[in-house]
Design a protein around this ligand. Sequence first.
Ligand SMILES: Nc1ncnc2c1ncn2[C@@H]1O[C@H](COP(=O)(O)OP(=O)(O)OP(=O)(O)O)[C@@H](O)[C@H]1O
Ligand SMILES: [Mg+2]
Length: 506
Amino acid sequence: MLAKVMSCAVVGLEGAIVEVEVDISPGLPSFTIVGLPDAAVQEARERVRAAIRNSGCTFPMKRIVVNLAPADLKKAGPAYDLPIAVGILLSSEQIYADASQTIFLGELSLDGSLRHTNGVLPMVALAYKEGFFTIIAPDADAKEASLIEGAKIIPITSLPQLVSYFRGEIPAPEYKPDEAEDYAPPAPTTADLAYIKGQEHVKRALEVAAAGGHNIIMCGPPGSGKTLLSRSLASILPPMTTDEALEVTKIYSVSGLLPSDTPLIRERPFRAPHYTISNAGLVGGGHWPRPGEISLSHHGVLFLDELPEFGHAVLEVLRQPLEDKRVTISRAQGSVTFPANFMLVGAMNPCPCGYYGDPFRPCTCPPSLVSRYRRRISGPFIDRVDIFVEVPHIDYEKLTDDRLGEKSDKAQARVKAARSIQRKRFQGTRLTCNTEMTPSEVREFCQLEESGHSLLKAAMKQLYLSARAFHRILKLARTIADLENTDIIKAHQLAEAIQYRPRQLV
Ligand SMILES: Nc1ncnc2c1ncn2[C@@H]1O[C@H](COP(=O)(O)OP(=O)(O)OP(=O)(O)O)[C@@H](O)[C@H]1O
Ligand SMILES: [Mg+2]
């Protein structure tokens, strides 16, 4: 007899409906899975066989063929265990149910219990969009699945429980959200700007960067506080909107990095990969493309500490995603696109010994070493940076000053206000902040006051700015103007933006 059960696959970050057809016919006992399954799906045969036996049911000793349709879509991972098991039980008439409008997801363990499955959020989102409102998912993933409003989630802990439910022996298990847990306040951040002495101009630059989502690179001698300042950026970034949070959660769900107690990621990601990272680790990749660090920092911060140590090749792969805000990875089976709208924050020393240009301590590097060190960061990479700020050595008086600086929440309030201006400006478009503007939007929204034009013209000539730098300066000036809530960009705001322009490092 033939049975059909619906399930879901994840392609990139999106779901795709998969129909699991099970046919049991008389003949020599065999169990075949067709429809481009990968090794994990093939292994489902062993898990399903043991799980059915250990759940008090009978595994039919007949010829079993499982087809995963559409046949041209590659199927990966263990999420098909449950639909295959249900298909076999339906087909062998051990249970009776109309499963045509229900989506089944979940990995089985040999004793029949259901395990956590990656990518539940994108799969439930697609199922709901396609009109499948009932989803049977592992109990461990019910919280994540329930983020899709309106979907009816039936959390299942084991195959025997599901069999009893289908046989009418128990009522449908229901997911009860734990409200108190859902609205837990975010953990306090330890890196408050108030505890960082001096470096006021760097704090200002960080505030501007946070307000418009701009890239920033900090350069200075060892121990001047670059790493400390970068980490404190998380404390002034505005909270994510619900849509942004859902997007980020999808990425973490597909990557298997979603903590089981945090169904929805509410805090902006802050990723700080070590400089030994590979290209694939940074932009994403693998046989089945998985999101890399740039996608894991979507809507958040990608912090590259000791920037030149990342090496020329790794930094070059960032060039395209820095412009496009997404990355497309092509493999023989097809290509997938992951979002990568991140804020790049870099920290670096000016030379290998760290004291090049320091007024107090001489640099001991030969000039050729300095230029080789700086050449690791190419011109095109530097051209994509909005803010370049020097972090000088901090002296005794400032460091021992007991007065606390301004707290992060004050700076965050200004950032939030600037972001809300941007949200209003970009209402109805896909843009969220100033850094994402394309040249046409720059022309529309970045109006300069009269004296600004001559200033910009002079800067273009003297600093030999590229067309990209021209647009980037205007976008940055727009953010500085938003922080002061002015509609037309004033000359002093433009001047501040120009002064952040990276010096040519190469
Ligand atoms: N402005 C500051 N206020 C208070 N403490 C500071 C400041 N700058 C540095 N420190 C202290 O120095 C330590 C080292 O700072 P940090 O790691 O940020 O330096 P860095 O600039 O990243 O150095 P490196 O170039 O070696 O990586 C901090 O953990 C902190 O204790
Ligand atoms: Mg450091």
